[in-house]
Structures are given as structure tokens and as C-alpha cells.
Design a protein around this ligand. Structure first.
Ligand SMILES: NC(=O)c1ccc[n+]([C@@H]2O[C@H](COP(=O)([O-])OP(=O)(O)OC[C@H]3O[C@@H](n4cnc5c(N)ncnc54)[C@H](O)[C@@H]3O)[C@@H](O)[C@H]2O)c1
Length: 265
């Protein structure tokens, strides 16, 4: 039976790299991004090598998520790598919470019903979620548990804080849903990348000089290639990770080891 992997954010960066790595590992692909033209152009090389389905739309649009869910229900989707997201420079605090956290919750709540038994879901969080520390964990856990982001919207006084809250929320979402996926013998985890060589990080680094300092002080003092994170996502989707669920995997070149306190203190 053809086994599909869903990849969101597949037109760029780590989503694009995940599509490559998963196809090479034998997966057929269901690729999602905002714009059909960009999605197909970015992945044109994959089409001749195996089954590739596309679906373009905005993951914050409830109707689009329903259409995607119907599409998934019609295939055997046994892996999902959810990379779509926006950085602090790409939207208002409210839009950042909508794209990064509310849309992730809506997608995961659909996936748990339509994804194949035994499937693996990988969400994309960030080291920014770890750098926030634990000061807002109670509010974040409540918001994710109750599917109500109102109190996070009050806390999100800047795009940077909104981004960190949204990504800490994604880490909590993996924990929150592990039991539900486990009932289907499935797994759900998040990955927290450090600073990766993608269009997103280039745009952010141009505005935030601190990011260059973080890279230079890291045990591995370089930007990672998107593929280095995609390989970890593919591992989490593979039987080699069969007992890994409800946790967050840091793929950050050790950058967090250089922080002695968190940004919210
Ligand atoms: N690049 C980094 O350094 C870095 C670090 C930590 C975490 N992350 C996270 O990793 C993920 C991937 O980042 P990237 O650097 O590959 O980003 P990217 O900007 O290269 O790609 C993100 C893709 O998501 C798509 N997208 C955005 N909003 C969408 C929406 N509402 N619906 C559908 N698609 C949407 C974009 O069109 C884009 O193609 C993001 O969630 C990001 O927050 C990135």
C-alpha cells in the first residue's frame, strides 16, 4: 500500500528539504503550502521520482484545513511533518499566534482522526520556545489544553514574544496530544531547530544582530542546512523512533548550552 507523508510549508526551507528526504526514504508525498505556483515550482524535481500530491491554501483557513483533512482521509497518510510557520518579522503578534499555534492545533485535531493508525506527526517548534523559559508555562499549557489562545494574545506584546509563546505552545501541543495519538498506536513530537539556513532566518538575521552572536558562540558555530533538520524529522517518522513520543527534540548545534538564563526573566 502506498504510504503518504504530509509535509506543510513544503515550498521553502525545512519543509522543502523534508519533502526531499522523505521521498528518498520511500515515502509518497502530500505537499501543502500557501501558493500553488510556488509549491509546484519548488518541488518540480520530485514529481518524476514518485507519487506527489499538492494542495495549496492557508492553514489558518478553517475551510482549507477541512479540505486537507478530506484529502488525507482519502489516502493512507502515515507521517506528517508540519513545517509551515512565520517568524517575528513576518506578521503581527496575533497573526503569528494564528499561523504558528492556532493552525497547528486545528491541523493536529483533524489529523488525529484521519491519519493512519501507527502514524508519526512532527511539529516544528523553535529554540525560541526554550529561550522563553518556564515563566508562562501554566498559561501556555492551559491555552493549548483548552484550545483557547485568548490569554496568550494578552501576553503577546511584541512579535518576538508572540513567536516564542507560539513555539512553546507547539512543544506543549506535542505533549498534550501524545495520549490521543497513542490510542491509535501513533506518535507526535516536536523539533526545535536553532538557526537554519533558510529564507526565514536570513530575513530575521538582517533585523536581529543577536542571532549572529548566538551562532558564533554555539558549540557548532554555523548555520545548519535545512536538510540537517529534515533528516531528524524523517528519523522521527521512521520505525527507528518507534518509542519516541510527546517530546521535543532540539536540533540547534548546541546553541542553548550557551544561555544561562531565559529571555523572559
Ligand atoms: N529558519 C530557522 O532558523 C528556524 C528556526 C527555528 C524554527 N523554525 C521554524 O521552522 C519552520 C520552517 O521554517 P523555515 O525556515 O523553513 O521557513 P520558510 O519561511 O523557509 O518556509 C515556511 C513555509 O511555510 C509557508 N507558510 C507560512 N504560513 C503558511 C500558512 N498560513 N499556510 C500554509 N503555509 C504557510 C510559507 O509559504 C513557506 O513556504 C517554521 O515553523 C519556523 O518557525 C525556523
Amino acid at each position: 500500500m502506498t504510504q503518504y507523508a504530509l509535509v506543510t510549508g513544503a515550498a521553502s526551507g525545512m519543509g522543502r528539504a523534508s519533502a526531499d528526504v522523505l521521498q528518498a526514504a520511500g515515502w509518497s508525498l502530500l505537499l501543502v503550502d500557501l501558493d500553488a505556483g510556488k509549491l509546484e515550482t519548488a518541488n518540480a524535481g520530485l514529481a518524476g521520482k514518485g507519487a506527489v500530491n499538492w494542495l495549496a491554501g492557508d492553514l489558518t483557513d478553517v475551510d482549507f484545513v477541512s479540505r486537507l483533512s478530506d484529502k488525507i482521509a482519502g489516502l493512507t497518510v502515515s507521517a506528517a511533518v508540519h513545517c509551515a510557520g512565520i517568524s517575528p518579522g513576518m506578521g503581527s503578534p496575533s497573526r503569528i499566534l494564528d499561523v504558528n499555534l492556532a493552525a497547528s492545533i486545528a491541523l493536529v485535531d483533524k489529523l488525529v482522526n484521519v491519519i493512519a493508525d501507527g502514524a508519526s506527526v512532527v511539529l516544528f517548534a523553535s529554540t525560541a520556545g526554550h529561550m522563553l523559559g518556564s515563566v508562562f508555562d501554566q498559561q501556555i499549557a492551559e491555552a493549548v489544553g483548552e484550545r483557547d489562545l485568548a490569554q496568550l494574545r494578552d501576553l503577546a506584546t511584541s512579535p518576538e514574544i508572540a513567536y516564542a509563546l507560539s513555539k512553546r505552545g507547539v512543544q506543549f501541543l506535542a505533549r498534550n496530544m501524545a495520549l490521543a495519538f497513542g490510542k491509535k498506536n501513533g506518535r507526535i513530537n516536536s523539533i526545535s531547530p536553532g538557526i537554519i539556513d533558510t529564507p526565514m532566518s536570513h530575513a530575521e538575521m538582517a533585523q536581529q544582530p543577536l542571532m549572529k552572536t548566538i551562532v558564533e558562540n554555539s558549540p557548532l558555530p554555523r548555520l545548519a542546512q535545512p536538510r540537517e533538520v529534515a533528516e531528524v524529522a524523517a528519523f522521527l517518522c521512521s520505525p527507528a523512533a518507534s518509542f519516541v513520543t510527546g517530546t521535543d527534540i532540539l536540533v540547534d548545534g548546541g546553541s542553548l548550552t550557551t544561555f544561562t538564563h531565559n529571555i523572559a526573566e
